[in-house]
Design a protein around this ligand. Structure first.
Ligand code: ADP
Ligand code: ASP
Ligand code: MG
Length: 463
């Protein structure tokens, strides 16, 4: 059995969905298909929810009706184009109308109550994938390939109740996924599962973080002992950097799990970093393929680490982060201050992306920009005047990461990298290298990010 995951652009319009049908029909064995929302839909849902809570109650209904019509038209018109069979189309249209109505009720509730909890937001954003599974399963059925649409909940994916960043409950879901998806596949039916969304133990809808459909694919792969997990996207595979920054970026044919995870964690959004662990645990190869250029061999992610001549395989940039600095001589006298700070942030479900070597009177770390206001508020409450004299921020930075197993044991790489950055007249604000020696990360001002990526790519990969 293989898992084939199609991202937002791969199901972005009728033309693309027809391609997906072709790609799925080319695979002859058992298939589980995971789909994202049509491209742009998750963002629209987020924007709509955030807009309606701000509106005066007199205009909520008008705005919600407008959005309801937009979502309904988009998905119904796509269904009409991809589903030739009248009967199938009629059924899918009915399901879409029902869903759109549910979405409308949810948004009206948000608008009138002026309340948007993380739980309600997850419920609202889940509609993107709930619509797209109907389109893809409908298109497959109409093309004579038996398919069944399943939400994350229906597929047995169980998470905790950390809405917006829910974590799978592995031991629970292992059985539920097998029980729910297994029989579908055993009957020769293609299971079309909604990526990104799941449910907690009380059946509340949860989401597993932006870009989380990749994670759904590898979780299903592990629970169902898949032979391979395929990520179908809009580029040829994992490239030596984001082609939107360097059009000459090269395809990387093989990567180890660790390299791929580091690259994704530090900004190569072509795959979600969390998707690697389940695949790695079960030794399932992950293949990244281009929906728009299926002839290209893509990238294969496996356990073995392949050292290549160039030492550095890829460069990534992670934007939208800020540095938080805690300072104070008193920190030296506060036992385990770092532990307390990180526990506090962990309890708030805030992820620390990078930590710099701290002195006794200084602790610096990097957070996603969206988490910073809450982090600073909680840190101020708890630590200001309590060992910490000052909490300040360095905003508008980005993390640059170079990745390659060839760096392990190679001397002088860091020096050459930092020299190249300095040749660009760019200041390095903070540095970190993990003990795996598979990556080196450092921070520069966000405005310099693209320039540094281009320079490093030119020197170490093209050169
Ligand atoms: P999908 O909707 O299929 O999940 P994403 O937009 O999440 O696709 O990821 C694909 C995008 O990732 C590409 O269009 C590309 O701009 C970006 N990207 C960033 N870094 C890399 C990289 N190193 N290799 C390939 N793509 C990258
Ligand atoms: N639709 C979700 C998002 O836009 C999940 C995904 O695309 O993987 O983040
Ligand atoms: Mg993605």
């Amino acid at each position: 059995m293989i898992v084939m995951k199609f991202g937002g652009t791969s199901v972005g319009s009728a033309k693309e969905i027809k391609r997906v049908v072709e790609l799925v029909s080319n695979e002859k064995g058992d298939r589980v298909v995971v789909v994202s929302a049509m491209s742009g839909v998750t963002n629209s849902l987020l924007a709509a929810a955030n807009k309606v809570i701000e509106l005066p109650s007199g205009v909520v209904e008008k705005e919600v009706n407008k959005f309801h019509k937009e979502m309904l038209d988009k998905h119904v018109s796509t269904a009409e184009e991809v589903i030739a069979d009248k009967k199938v189309l009629g059924e899918v249209r009915e399901e879409i109308e029902k869903l759109a109505e549910e979405l409308k009720v949810a948004l009206l509730g948000v608008g009138y109550l002026e309340e948007l909890s993380p739980k309600s937001l997850d419920y609202v954003v889940s509609f993107g994938e709930r619509f797209s599974i109907l389109l893809v399963s409908g298109a497959l059925n109409a093309a004579g390939i038996k398919a069944k649409a399943l939400t994350g909940h229906e597929a047995g994916i169980v998470t905790d109740s950390n809405f917006g960043r829910a974590r799978p409950l592995h031991s629970t879901m292992e059985n539920s996924v097998r029980e729910r998806v297994g029989p579908v596949v055993a009957e020769g039916i293609v299971a079309v599962v909604a990526g990104f969304i799941a449910a907690d133990k009380d059946a509340n809808t949860t989401t597993m973080g932006r870009g989380g459909s990749d994670y759904t694919a590898s979780l299903l792969g592990r629970c169902l002992s898949a032979k391979e997990v395929q990520i179908w996207t809009d580029v040829d595979g994992i490239l030596s950097t984001d082609p939107k920054i360097v059009p000459e970026a090269r395809l990387i044919k093989t990567l180890s799990y660790v390299e791929a995870m580091d690259l994704a964690y530090f900004g190569a959004k072509v795959i979600h970093s969390k998707m690697i662990a389940p695949a790695m645990d079960a030794d399932i190869p992950v293949r990244i393929k281009n929906t728009f250029n299926p002839g290209s061999e893509g990238t294969l992610i496996v356990r073995e680490q392949e050292k290549i001549e160039t030492v550095i395989k890829a460069v990534a940039v992670h934007r939208n982060v800020d540095i938080v600095n805690l300072k104070g001589i008193g920190m030296a006298e506060t036992p385990n201050i770092a532990g307390k700070v990180f526990t506090l942030l962990g309890d708030e479900n805030i992820n620390i992306i990078m930590i710099s070597g701290s002195s006794e009177s200084n602790l610096s770390f990097v957070l996603e920009r969206k988490d910073v206001p809450k982090a600073v508020e909680r840190l101020n409450e708890r630590f200001l005047g309590n060992g910490v004299r000052n909490i300040d921020l360095m905003e508008g930075v980005c993390i640059i990461t170079i990745v390659g197993v060839g760096m392990h044991g190679a001397k002088g790489i860091a020096a050459r990298v930092f020299q190249a950055v300095s040749d660009e007249d760019v200041n390095i604000i903070m540095i970190a290298q993990g003990s795996s020696e598979v990556n080196i990360s450092f921070i520069v001002e966000e405005k310099d990010g693209d320039r540094v990526v281009k320079a490093l790519h030119k020197k170490f990969i093209e050169g």
